[in-house]
Ligand binder design. Sequence first.
Ligand code: ATP
Ligand code: MG
Length: 262
Amino acid sequence: MLELRNIDVSFRSEKQESIFRAKRIQVLHGISLEVPEGLCLGMLGESGSGKSTTGRVLCGLLKPDKGQVLLNGKDVYHTKEGRKALREYISIVFQDYTTSANPRFQVKDIIAEGLQMYRRRTGKRFDISPEVNSLLEQVGLDKSFLTRYPHELSGGQLQRVCIARAIGCHTPMIVLDEAISSLDAHTQVQIMDLLKELKVRYGLTYIFITHDLTAITYLCDRVLFLYQGQVVEECCVSEIAEVKNEYAQKLLSAIIDFEEGT
Ligand SMILES: Nc1ncnc2c1ncn2[C@@H]1O[C@H](COP(=O)(O)OP(=O)(O)OP(=O)(O)O)[C@@H](O)[C@H]1O
Ligand SMILES: [Mg+2]
């Protein structure tokens, strides 16, 4: 079980507060949330609302100024081991798959990265290459892709490779930060179907960060609304039409108007 309690995050601003101190801008204000195991938790909010920053705190990539990140009740940022435990618990798939895959690596090497991490972490001995083949097949790509480079793949194919790498890490939880947002609608549905299938096969938990309400309703069980660095509403996806918070209602109607207009 993963939990955030009263998380504050601020970043250094260009401006000086005094000659000795740079001004800081607070972007997360007391974020608290629980990630229920085995579910897909959606995070919805406008650009700049703090979704990716929350995702980075959750993954152990950014230490908050204040608050606790609890993994099975233990505060992970408190100790080096805790942070390591968190990185072993969660992997992440970013929106920008073009930069998250090394352009000099072939597909087989990109997928192998996740498996190597898993092997180092657990000390298990296994041959990487058949595992790479199996992961490639599981994300719907055939063996001809093994020796291709990222620039030789379509966006959807490369994102499948990044998902295979994340699955290869064998972490129980995966954060998907706008992981399908730059793909066309048809490919988005294909990738979401793949994510659903892998979730059941491996008993995974997802945190799905997006602007896209349709994707949330297709994939997620629960949804959190973020506004200016705060969680303003949380509900089951089946109750999404009944949200009470004013901002969440506005966000929903803006998204629905936009989707109807397109
Ligand atoms: N490293 C950083 N240094 C300074 N400010 C940052 C940094 N990272 C994020 N921010 C600021 O924090 C705020 C929240 O950013 P964040 O990336 O979490 O938003 P987001 O909800 O993911 O937006 P988007 O939907 O556009 O991806 C923004 O105002 C952003 O400019
Ligand atoms: Mg973001």
